[in-house]
Design a protein around this ligand. Structure first.
Ligand code: RB5
Length: 148
């Protein structure tokens, strides 16, 4: 199950991405928002990311204007690794090197076909492990020191 959430800057892209997920029969839970009316991205990032933390969802897709606000909020939560992706290559690396369980997308800077390419890359890439596991362990230590 994939959590999906957006603010007004990502609403239109979220709706298109849902069509893609439906086509592929990938299950998702939509945490809003539900229109292009101006709103605040932390309101939607938080419940989506908490669904990943609680394992209700195994990953999340967050969309705002730049993907930055969403990823900043997401990374405030222990065990969440998220970044904004703008092309296929960085999306592959986000999974292969960082084992990101959340991806953010810049709704104002990519079109639907770019978004689908990015998501296909992220969803279809395996974590490379090896030296990257050591780095994720270092991140865990930092989380344990700095987060409750
Ligand atoms: C909203 O105007 C915009 O700031 C938001 O969608 C996002 O880009 C923030 O990082």
């Amino acid at each position: 199950m994939i959590a999906i959430a957006c603010d007004h800057g990502g609403y239109e892209l979220k709706e298109e991405i849902k069509k893609y997920l439906d086509e592929k029969e990938i299950k998702y839970k939509d945490f809003g928002c539900n229109s292009t009316d101006r709103t605040d991205y932390p309101l939607y990032a938080e419940p989506a990311v908490k669904a990943v933390q609680s394992k209700e969802c195994d990953k999340a897709i967050l969309i705002c204007g730049t993907g930055f606000g969403m990823s900043i909020v997401a990374n405030k939560f222990k065990g969440i690794r998220c970044a904004s992706c703008w092309n296929e290559e960085v999306a592959k690396l986000l999974k292969a090197h960082n084992n990101a369980n959340v991806i953010a997308l810049p709704g104002r800077f990519i079109n639907v076909s770019q978004a689908v390419t990015i998501l296909r890359a992220w969803l279809g890439t395996e974590f490379m492990a090896g030296r990257h596991t050591d780095r994720l362990e270092m991140i865990k230590e930092i989380e344990n020191e700095n987060m409750k």
